[in-house]
Design a protein around this ligand. Structure first.
Ligand SMILES: Nc1nc2c(c(=O)[nH]1)N[C@H]1C(S)=C(S)[C@@H](COP(=O)(O)OP(=O)(O)OC[C@H]3O[C@@H](n4cnc5c(N)ncnc54)[C@H](O)[C@@H]3O)O[C@H]1N2
Ligand code: MOO
Length: 407
């Protein structure tokens, strides 16, 4: 059987970082920056007040106290956004608001709380040292400084930084468009009644959500039955809107495995058995004129879920222009013995628990570990890996656990 690592690298070989495009900031959310971004000017661009108060010459108020306040005439008001030229000379002050430009000559701001709040004349009852409550030009960022590096994923903070350096758009690797296509004659749209032999379609929702959580544009397409030509038509339909196609179902050994039947004939998709549990039957290759990558995952819901995170996620990351890393791992001790099929690496659904005083987290295996038992997934926050050469592991064994992302 093919190793997990080999299969991951084969899938990685199908994909490249998507060519950068320029997107409006809010459309770039979740995408990955394709170039370093520098500040065109210093930020703040000018010295300004950090508080509401009075711009003064610090030396004038050095002796101020409650018992002996310093009285200064107020020469004028300076509001944030004031573009006029203001100056303060010794013996005077100007009322100033947070964010307003410091007037020439003043070197400190006395917060309004340290004064009587006077409009024409103010009594200052505490000294303010030079530089007090003054935000210096360039105190945040110097002109030409790099504020974000290529490879940064654009979240709220990054978008704020881009806007703060005057960017309206950003050069990004676009979010990969992931078309999710489920197959199976037995599938019924959730919300509709089930006839005997039918089940509600869940893989499409699950994988589309997983793709979106992974920073992609996930699209769940309507599912198709077990007719290979219908599968080919459906793939054809989604190709125009997809950077990668992900199918589930129809890749095993059954008499009706339409994905395998439809795609094997093209000669560009390979079907193999990967040494993992769940997720053994897998296919990968390309379809269509543009050689769009296609990954065919097994239909069992837990198998599809685990395959997505173990096999597909690194490729989606590469398409986004970031390192094709696997999920982060944490080491944990099993709270119960587990078993695993020989020659395959198991990915057991576990809950990670941190007991106070323990020397690390404990991995509590879900009680239902079969590939169709989707309900246990919602309670799991990790996939504990049982090595290929182990058939059982006793309680207390230290295992590597892949941490599942949460929305
Ligand atoms: N004789 C053998 N049979 C099977 C083998 C094998 O090696 N020899 N492998 C088993 C393994 S492992 C897996 S995994 C499955 C994979 O089968 P397929 O990819 O062909 O998937 P289907 O047969 O279409 O479906 C499997 C299972 O999952 C349910 N399913 C499918 N799609 C959905 C969906 N979108 N939403 C919810 N549930 C779905 C489907 O009803 C089946 O129960 O094959 C084993 N068999
Ligand atoms: O490999 Mo299948 O994915 O065991 O359930």
């Amino acid at each position: 059987m093919k190793s997990v690592e080999r299969h991951i690298s084969d899938i990685l070989g199908l994909v490249r970082p998507l060519p950068p495009i320029e997107l409006d900031l809010l459309r770039a959310q979740g995408a990955v920056l394709a170039e370093d971004v520098a500040a065109p000017v210093a930020l703040p661009p000018f010295d300004n007040s950090g508080m509401d108060g009075y711009a003064v010459v610090a030396a004038d108020v050095a002796g101020a106290s409650g018992a002996a306040p310093v009285r200064l005439p107020v020469a004028g008001d300076i509001a944030a956004g004031d573009t006029g030229a203001h100056a303060v000379r010794s013996g005077y002050c100007a009322r100033i608001m947070t964010g307003a430009p410091m007037p020439a000559g003043a070197d400190a701001v006395v917060p309004v709380e340290w004064t009587d709040g006077g409009r024409a004349e103010v009594a200052v009852h505490r000294p303010a040292a030079a530089g007090n409550a003054v935000r210096r030009a360039g105190g945040d960022v110097g002109a030409g400084d790099t504020v974000l590096r290529a490879g940064a994923r654009l979240g709220a903070a990054e978008l704020g930084v881009l806007a703060s350096v005057g960017r309206r758009t950003a050069p990004v690797h676009p979010r990969p468009r992931v078309a999710v296509l489920s197959t199976g004659e037995e599938l019924v749209e959730p919300g509709k009644p089930l006839a005997p032999g039918q089940i509600w379609e869940s893989n499409g929702y699950m994988l589309t959500a997983a793709a979106i959580t992974a920073g992609c544009d996930g699209h769940r397409h309507s599912f198709v039955g077990d007719e290979p030509s219908a599968v080919l038509d459906a793939i054809d339909d989604v190709l125009m809107q997809a950077d990668i196609v992900v199918t589930t179902g129809g890749v095993s050994m059954g008499a009706y495995d339409p994905v395998k039947e439809a795609l094997a004939g093209l000669g560009t998709v390979r079907f193999e058995q990967v040494a993992m549990q769940p997720g053994k039957p897998q296919g990968f290759g390309t379809v269509g004129e543009d050689a769009t990558p296609i990954i065919t995952l097994p239909g069992n819901p837990v198998s599809a879920f685990v395959s997505f995170y173990v096999l597909l996620l690194p490729a989606l990351r590469r398409m986004q222009g970031v390192a094709p890393d696997p999920l982060p791992t944490v080491s944990a001790r099993l709270s119960a013995p587990v078993s695993s099929p020989p020659g395959r690496r198991s990915y057991l659904r576990v809950r990670l628990e941190e007991a106070p005083g323990a020397d690390g987290p404990t991995a509590v295996p879900a009680s239902r570990q079969a590939s169709h038992q989707l309900s246990a997934l919602a309670d799991a926050d990790g996939l504990a890996m049982v090595p290929e050469d182990a058939e059982t592991l006793p309680e207390g064994t230290e295992v590597a656990v892949l941490r599942l992302p949460r929305p």
